[in-house]
Design a protein around this ligand. Structure first.
Ligand SMILES: [Zn+2]
Length: 538
């Protein structure tokens, strides 16, 4: 007796090999047979009628650390066919928490209705397991969180003792189940760290992963980085990430690869050379990308680094001082330290406000529109919103090029990752503004870039969503349709799969995702979510 039998599928197995006809049987959480003409009996029979059965998609880049605790249904993920997500990216993770990082994380969690009752990675992961989630989760320890824990949020350098304390936090987190270290060198306090600090911490992650290899959990510790610069200095920033990985002896993942702003977009040929040459580095180097021409981050990231210092509340408080605002106006007009390009702002219409507690009317409006409506300079609007939200406002930045997305998405070393999070359009997280990548990333690649534009083959796109990411993050037994693998599966219609989430209506579910299975249990059937929460912490 099988738990589930998929009959009459076209199997796209995740390896990149051509699709083939087969039936797929699931029992005890695993795929047990991939053969033609399998007979039941099965508790659940799914007639596929020639639709594509693929491994559940693995999202290497999300920020669901806290949202999963608010709503474990992960509907924005499973509706896309995503069955595993890697959390703790861009240097920001829910654990470990010490010192000043406790208050920062509490403020962020409070916005989502989550109470922080953990400190270490094992305590956080235990809470996640206890509450349950629809998707599998692999966690990274975030460098900004670790640095905030030990050094706070100011522009300071660690002495030997403090560096050792950070190494212990990273090592302990990996020992307790994190799959590696993430960095967000674009954001303070991560931006204050140099290569030496990062290499030391990545090495601590590697040592801890080697220590747990005996427990057959794999020796992989990944260094995943939101690199220091995604605009004109992007090539040096990619090189820095690779150098950190090589010094520490760990694989590198360059997160959400992009070229921000027109000057950087001229670097596409050079960037493609760097991506191609990454295969010759001393450690494995991977890249991921989301298929959109707009990014999203905190509004505070528009400020020069010294003015971001001390964390969200401190930065907001400083902007209440008219003298500080006057100095910033002068700096912006003079484009000091390349501020205008780094902030992506040559055009205020390209920056659209998202979540803005304290000034909800700003949500969905561009800084140019708000400037007109309120009779304020857009830079002052930016300051106003940061003050009103106590530094928590975020925004969408329409600063990239479709040509760059197409060129990068076609490269075999580039995986698909959303930079989104687990949310749902109903329930406790319903009111969060979203970037459409949260609901649309994976179907958008399959619909737009595979079917409509022919930029890549279906089998290759699925490889970039499954086995490629499983291999990079050491997720053994995932990302493949073969006997013995975990039964994470998605049944989809390749002729209909498409994203429907847009920048104006970002919470629309995709089309064409028929059935999704996580660890052998059905979480989505005929477009209807079940009550199952079968996700595991990997
Ligand atoms: Zn990032």
């Amino acid at each position: 007796m099988y738990d589930i039998l998929f009959r009459g599928c076209r199997v796209v197995d995740g390896s990149g090999a051509a699709a083939f006809p087969a039936d797929v049987a699931v029992a005890g959480g695993r795929i047990v047979r991939v053969e033609t003409d399998l007979d039941g009996p099965a508790a659940t029979l799914v007639e596929a009628h020639g639709l594509v059965l693929a491994p559940g998609f693995i999202d290497p880049h999300t920020h669901s650390d806290l949202t999963l605790l608010a709503d474990g249904r992960a509907e924005s993920r499973i509706r896309q066919g995503v069955t595993t997500e890697v959390i703790g990216n861009c240097g920001s993770s829910a654990a470990p928490l010490r010192g000043a990082a406790v208050a920062e994380t509490r403020a962020e969690a409070a916005q989502l209705g989550v109470t922080v009752d953990w400190r270490d990675m094992d305590e956080y992961l235990a809470r996640l397991r206890r509450q349950g989630a629809a998707v599998n989760v692999a966690a990274l320890a975030g460098h900004n969180t670790v640095r905030g824990s030990v050094l706070g949020y100011d522009d300071v350098q660690p002495d030997g003792e403090r560096l050792a304390a950070m190494e212990r936090l990273v090592g302990d987190s990996v020992g307790q189940g994190a799959r590696g270290l993430s960095s967000g060198l674009f954001y303070p306090p991560g931006s204050y760290a140099g290569v030496d600090e990062m290499a030391a911490l990545a090495a601590a992650a590697r040592a801890a992963a080697a220590g747990r290899a005996s427990a057959s959990r794999g020796a992989t510790a990944v260094y995943a980085s939101h690199i220091r610069d995604e605009a004109s200095a992007v090539l040096a920033a990619v090189e820095e990430a690779m150098a950190i990985g090589e010094r520490a002896g760990v694989p590198v993942e360059v997160s959400h690869l992009k070229l921000s702003g027109p000057p950087a977009q001229r670097l596409l040929p050079e960037l493609l050379d760097v991506v191609a040459a990454a295969a010759d580095r001393a450690v494995p180097v991977g890249f991921d990308l989301y298929p959109y021409t707009a990014s999203g981050t905190w509004l505070i990231a528009l400020l020069p680094y010294p003015d971001q210092q001390g964390g969200a509340e401190a930065a907001a408080a400083r902007l209440e001082d008219p003298a500080v605002r006057a100095r910033l106006h002068a700096d912006h007009a003079a484009d000091r330290d390349g501020w205008q390009e780094r902030s992506g702002v040559g055009d205020w219409a390209r920056v659209v406000v998202g979540l803005c507690p304290g000034d909800e009317a700003a949500t969905g409006r561009s800084l140019a529109e708000l400037g007109d409506e309120r009779g304020r300079d857009p830079l002052d609007v930016t300051f106003d919103l940061i003050v009103a939200s106590r530094g928590l406002a975020d925004a969408t930045f329409h600063d990239q090029s479709e040509d760059v997305v197409r060129a990068l998405i076609a490269h075999p070393a580039v995986a698909i990752g959303s930079d989104g999070w687990s949310v749902a359009p109903d329930g406790p997280l319903a009111d969060l503004p979203e970037h459409p990548r949260t609901y649309g990333t994976f179907p958008r690649v399959l619909g737009r870039y595979v079917r409509e534009l022919g930029v890549l083959r279906l089998e290759e796109a699925v490889r970039k969503m499954t086995s490629l990411t499983a291999e990079r993050f050491g997720l053994t037994g995932r990302g493949a349709v073969r006997a013995g693998a975990w039964a994470d599966l998605v049944l989809l219609d390749p002729g209909a799969v498409a994203d429907r989430a847009t920048f104006t209506e970002p919470k629309r579910f995709p089309d064409g995702i028929q059935c999704v299975v996580v660890n052998g249990r059905v979480v989505l059937r005929d477009g209807v979510r079940t009550a199952e929460l079968p996700g595991m912490v990997l």
